[in-house]
Design a protein around this ligand. Structure first.
Ligand code: VGL
Ligand code: ZN
Length: 199
């Protein structure tokens, strides 16, 4: 029997209005996700969790501004405002999220030199977070993704889920996007092509 899990991506203060990398309407997903949690026996959260000198922060690159791109050893990397610094209030889950429901919290982006959008692999597409092994050992193979941001961490997670052989669904009204340079349309197209069900 397929085990179902709800995977809640990065519903943290810094991605909500007033936060360092606020997504429009980011906090609106909280009541929707809390309601959805009631339909799942297994809930997993991810938490973006960067050291203060993380290489994805524009502040670490002289002459660079947030939302510019740079070349990293693993490929192109978008630069961000400082966000989700380990232990800071911005890295906390939104206070109204039912985060106590989580059986597992996957932290990502904690290596200074590599950013991590996906819940499965860091942005080098090689360094695993351990989530695949966890899900396989527990027989959880039917995955529903919600959270922030649709066109970055949610999309990369759902795409990697398909690559790893899991069923993947994204509940769009439980997500909000950043939408930089058409990234929303580009990533929803990629998800559809990969067999992610957009609900
Ligand atoms: C995210 C940019 C940088 C996300 C995390 O959660 O979508 N985006 N770090
Ligand atoms: Zn981040």
């Amino acid at each position: 029997m397929a085990g179902k899990a709800l995977i809640v991506i990065d519903v943290q203060n810094d991605f909500c209005p007033g936060g360092a990398l606020a997504v429009d309407g980011g906090d609106e997903v909280v009541p929707v996700i809390n309601r959805l949690m009631g339909e799942f026996d297994h809930v997993i959260l991810t938490q973006d969790w960067h050291p203060a000198d993380h290489s994805s922060f524009a502040s670490q690159h002289a002459g660079k501004a947030p939302f510019e791109d740079i070349e990293m050893p693993y490929g192109p990397q978008r630069l961000w405002p400082d966000h989700c610094v380990q232990g800071s209030p911005g890295a906390d889950f939104h206070p109204e999220l039912y985060w106590t429901r989580a059986e597992l919290v996957i932290r990502k982006g904690f290596r200074k030199a590599i950013d991590s959008y996906s819940a499965f692999f860091e942005n080098d597409h090689e360094t695993p977070t351990g989530l695949t092994g966890y899900l396989r050992e527990r027989g959880l193979d039917d995955l529903t993704f919600v959270g922030l941001a649709t066109d970055f961490c949610v999309a990369y997670s759902a795409l990697d889920a398909r690559r790893q052989g899991f069923e993947a669904r994204v509940i769009m009204d439980a997500c909000r996007g950043i939408d930089l340079a058409g990234s929303m349309a580009a990533m929803t197209g990629k998800m559809e092509d990969a067999g992610v069900v957009l609900a």
